[in-house]
Design a protein around this ligand. Structure first.
Ligand SMILES: [Cu+2]
Length: 395
């Protein structure tokens, strides 16, 4: 094969693409591996060793299959050389199809029993039941279709495997079959989509916003920042242009509502109260994901989004129900937003109203002494002075 031909060959190109992909991953791993923690870099090295191990395992399996195939081929040729009838490849392929069906069905069973146990516990929010109902309806329908089609496909392949005794029946077209397999999936999918649309509408219906708690959640590479509205229940405005290393959310202190805003490390929520989380992103798209509450909403830079929900089970209650004293609700990032994406996690704690009041009273104000100094604010309780502050220059 000439060099030009090699360059043009699809195989060579896909090999190069695969190597480039692996190379990018290694580079990204090195980027985050700059972390001084030695333990972290050891675990990274272990991870790559693990990946290498599985890649080698797959290659080994391919070699074994190729060798067995060659041995059978040689055996087949030697039979023919002796004037005997060679191996019946049609039967072999037919049986392989049946074996594949059995093995893959066992895989499905394994997946249901082993991974099925990792399924989320009951929903801890008022709307979660609706999402779960949709999830299970879709799962049951798709599983039903999956089993029927897979069994038909592989049994058909076995039953009608190539044979010298019969000839393939030429059957080019049948309008009825075309209609059946187009119209039925179309109806089922339409029902699922319309059903999903109405569920989403009820989940995101914001007409009855009363007495809710407004909380800002801001994503950046690679952490979530949480801001509570303080006693007035109102969050001060944010503007990314006001960002400073101390005022990392770019809170606008010309807005009086921002004076009593508080920052928190944990997202603490009172049970059975409506929560409105306002979602911001400062760099790339992140996604607020709280699976136990069946909540997910993208965090898009420049386009604040929100999600409203009501937690219904306290953390303590859930620990009892799951018989797991370590259990915590978690807030994750659900967009692969860069090398430290896995680290974007916060604990969410659902507590009683009294515990919440007690906790919120102990949270520090967002307006720290450093920010006051930065803004030349001698005393934040004198909002009149704010109009003259330095941030005016930023506008
Ligand atoms: Cu993220």
């Amino acid at each position: 094969m000439g060099f030009k031909k090699l360059i043009n060959s699809k195989k060579a190109l896909s090999l190069v693409a695969a190597f480039m992909l692996i190379g990018t991953n290694v580079l990204m791993a090195q980027g985050t591996g700059a972390d001084p923690k030695a333990a972290d870099s050891t675990s990274k090295a272990d991870m790559w060793l693990g990946v290498g191990y599985y890649v080698l395992l797959v290659l080994l399996a391919c070699v074994i299959v190729a060798v067995v195939g060659k041995i059978l081929r040689v055996y087949d040729l030697s039979l023919r050389m002796q004037g005997k009838k060679g191996m019946n490849w049609n039967n072999i392929i037919g049986v392989i199809c049946l074996i594949f069906l059995v093995v893959s069905m066992y895989g499905v069973y394994w997946s249901f029993t082993v991974q099925g146990n990792m399924i989320l516990p009951e929903s801890a929010s008022a709307h979660g039941g609706k999402i779960d109902f949709m999830f299970w309806t879709t799962t049951v329908i798709t599983m039903f279709v999956f089993f029927i089609t897979q069994i038909l496909l592989w049994v058909f392949l076995f039953k009608y495997r190539g044979s010298d005794k019969r000839k393939g029946y030429y059957y080019p077209h049948n309008n009825t079959i075309e209609k059946v397999w187009t119209i039925i999936p179309a109806i089922v999918l339409t029902i699922l989509v319309v059903f999903g649309f109405f569920t989403w509408r009820t989940v995101t219906n914001t007409d009855n916003l009363k007495n809710d708690i407004n909380i800002d959640i801001t994503g950046h590479q690679f952490a979530w920042e949480i801001r509570y509205p303080g006693k007035d229940g109102k969050l001060g405005e944010v503007n990314y242009q006001l960002y400073t290393p101390n005022n990392i959310l770019g809170v606008n202190f010309k807005d009086r509502n921002s004076f009593d805003d508080q920052k928190a490390d944990t997202l603490v929520l009172p049970v059975n109260r409506e929560i409105r989380i306002n979602i911001h992103a400062q760099d790339v798209i992140h996604s607020v994901y709280m699976p136990h509450f069946r909540v997910q909403m993208n965090a898009v830079p420049g386009l604040p989004t929100f999600f409203k929900f009501t937690p219904t089970i306290t953390t303590a209650d859930m620990r009892n129900r799951l018989d797991n004293p370590q259990f915590e609700y978690l807030l994750y990032c659900n967009k692969i937003c860069g090398g430290g994406h896995y680290n974007m996690q916060k604990v969410v704690r659902v507590v009683s109203e009294a515990e919440y009041e007690n906790w919120i009273a102990r949270q520090k104000p967002y307006l720290t002494d450093q920010i006051k100094k930065e803004l030349h604010l001698a005393d934040a309780s004198q909002p009149n002075k704010v109009a003259e502050n330095r941030i005016a220059l930023n506008n």
